[in-house]
Design a protein around this ligand. Sequence first.
Ligand code: GRF
Length: 184
Amino acid sequence: MSAGLAVLISGRGSNLRAILKSPVGRQVRVVISDNPQAAGLATAEEHDVATRVLSPDEFHSPVEWGARLAALFDEIDPAIIALAGFMRIIPPAQAKAYHGRMVNIHPSLLPAFRGLRTHERAIEEGAKEHGCTVHYVAEEVDAGEIIDQRRVPVMPGDDPQTLAARVLREEHDMYPKTLETLLR
Ligand code: GRF
């Protein structure tokens, strides 16, 4: 039977750390990175969680990489696959195959600011509010059904770093709780 969590990362892994330090951390069965240099891999090891690296550079095409990723998911059979700072687009075949089991955290109040540079764009556009969203992964990037959101104010004098830090605090509090709810 499917159980626990697989967490996908690409870099720093601060959301992964928040997950591992929370009660749901015990349910993390594997951390998968597309980047062998991801700092989050060491965090997983510190918590005695198995790690796997699956770099697209080692595959002929995104389709082949996606198929290998799917084989790994099927081998581990997690109940939920959680993208946490995973910077690759999930190929459409896998987004479809794991629909309802794969979730992502995105640093904006979706549907506003899909894609990259969300904090910079929120400031440029004069947004009064910003935040983060946990959503199901769908074939269209950052467009799947919204599960949970947290809001923060945009303060006068904010730069992308100060705003990112405010949003990140909410990400770290929200994501472990949302995952715990989804696993119930
Ligand atoms: C977070 O802001 C997350 O919302 C976005 O990428 C960032 C990853 O940070 N998808 P980290 O690797 O969890 O520290």
